[in-house]
Design a protein around this ligand. Structure first.
Ligand SMILES: Cc1cc2nc3c(=O)[nH]c(=O)nc-3n(C[C@H](O)[C@H](O)[C@H](O)COP(=O)(O)OP(=O)(O)OC[C@H]3O[C@@H](n4cnc5c(N)ncnc54)[C@H](O)[C@@H]3O)c2cc1C
Length: 378
């Protein structure tokens, strides 16, 4: 008899888990608390590790599709435009077979949903997932239903995680805003990030007519963590022209605000017949743009293990063991990079830029190998 798996959460992690089930011919049921889980969000950058995972999950054409724009040139610069580092994108393509891409979140989710042949998503808030002798019991606003196994993928504030690991997200000392600028405001196929003192701005071209951008600002500069975009945007008035163009081409009402937080590393990624994927297991700070990619890697690793070992608690333990080190390293790396990138003291920020300009070209490829590799799969 085919196994039946409950997938809690229909975000990137939940859909990636669904794609893994589809490859394994396992029946699955998605649950989501939101009325329209496919809608909303801005865009995300998918580095080659994410594109490789998507390809293993059965949607390898995303990188070359019209929806996703390959990034062929970019880097990091100061807030007055002096280049500190050029991203080794040609090297990345040679090494990993593709450039990174930037894609709107709703377009990505729709591509995953279509690849799953538009499955029914049960509109329900799941409260608990309890282990039973031969399976799991999923309880929530939809009632109580038994499944053979469950994938917990309900994001950073996961309710279902609570029984396994009752951990709360940790705050950071900065807030992020994200937007989509309309019109040809930056060079196509580019992504740049500008570092100031306690402020940062990054953008990635999505198409010749749309640019995704983010801005992060220390709470100390904002006078508190609840400041509005109207207050934050003034800090970018002296930034280089593409930054000002992105801001000017985005209606204030469309700018999204995110409290930047993460989960302390160490959440178990499996217990009995339950596995955790995505932000529910390892929400990381968005500083390097790897959170969604880790969710895709989770599902690709789970696919690989279940294909070889079968769907069993033993397979889930192997999955957890294969992912433990990778997600822990990424949690540390993204948090620490974020702290450094948000340094606010003028002298220290200047020193950071000088060291980074010298060290990054030397150590950069080693670091990129670490960020893009060691995924837990051969
Ligand atoms: C500012 C910012 C920039 C980022 N940039 C990038 C980037 O460039 N590249 C990248 O790879 N990642 C990036 N990320 C991270 C990425 O967006 C997340 O890691 C990813 O979206 C997590 O997906 P998820 O499916 O695990 O969780 P979510 O997207 O949070 O999805 C969880 C789903 O579960 C549902 N849900 C919640 N509770 C329940 C419940 N009780 N019952 C049922 N359903 C429930 C929710 O409605 C939601 O649909 C960024 C994040 C932020 C905040």
């Amino acid at each position: 008899m085919t196994a039946r798996v409950a997938i809690i959460g229909a975000g990137i992690a939940g859909f990636a888990a669904g794609l893994a089930c589809r490859q394994l011919d396992i029946e699955f049921q998605l649950f989501d608390a939101a009325a329209d889980p496919l809608a909303g969000g801005a865009a995300i950058t998918l580095w080659p590790n994410a594109l490789r995972a998507l390809s293993e999950l059965g949607i390898g054409d995303l990188g070359s599709g019209v929806a996703a724009n390959a990034i062929t040139q970019g880097g990091i610069a100061t807030d007055w435009g002096a280049v500190l580092y050029q991203l080794p994108l040609d090297w990345m393509r040679k090494q990993y077979g593709c450039f990174p891409v930037c894609v709107r979140r709703d377009v990505l989710l729709l591509a995953m949903y279509e690849a799953l042949s538009r499955p029914k998503i049960a509109h329900a808030r799941v409260q608990t997932v309890l282990e039973q002798t031969d399976g799991v019991m999923v309880e929530g606003s939809h009632g109580r239903f038994a499944y053979d196994a469950a994938v917990i993928a309900d994001g950073i504030h996961s309710q279902a995680r609570h029984h396994i690991h009752p951990v709360q997200p940790r705050p950071t000392r900065y807030t992020a805003w994200r937007g989509m600028a309309q019109g040809p405001v930056v060079d196509p196929a580019t992504m740049w990030e500008y570092w100031g003192e306690g402020v940062r701005f990054g953008y990635a071209s999505i198409s010749p007519h749309a640019t995704y951008w983010f801005a992060t600002v220390n709470h100390r500069l904002l006078g508190g963590q609840d400041a509005s975009w109207d207050v934050a945007r003034r800090l970018f008035a002296g930034f280089p022209a593409p930054v000002r163009a992105c801001i000017a081409a985005t209606p204030d009402a469309d700018v999204l605000r995110h409290r930047v937080q993460d989960l302390p590393p160490g959440c178990p990624m499996a217990q009995g017949r339950m596995v955790l994927m995505g932000d529910a297991a390892h929400a990381i700070t968005p500083n390097l743009g790897f959170g969604g990619a880790l969710a895709m890697e989770d599902a690709a690793t789970w696919l690989y293990v279940v294909r070889n070992v079968g769907i069993s608690p033993a397979a889930f333990r192997i999955y957890a063991a294969q992912r433990r080190r990778r997600v822990r390293e990424m949690a540390y790396a993204t948090r620490q990079f974020g702290d450094v990138m948000q340094w606010q003291n003028k002298g220290i920020a200047h020193m950071r830029n000088t060291v980074f300009r010298i060290a990054a070209p030397i150590a950069g490829r080693l670091l990129w190998r670490r960020l893009l590799g060691s995924t837990g799969r051969p």
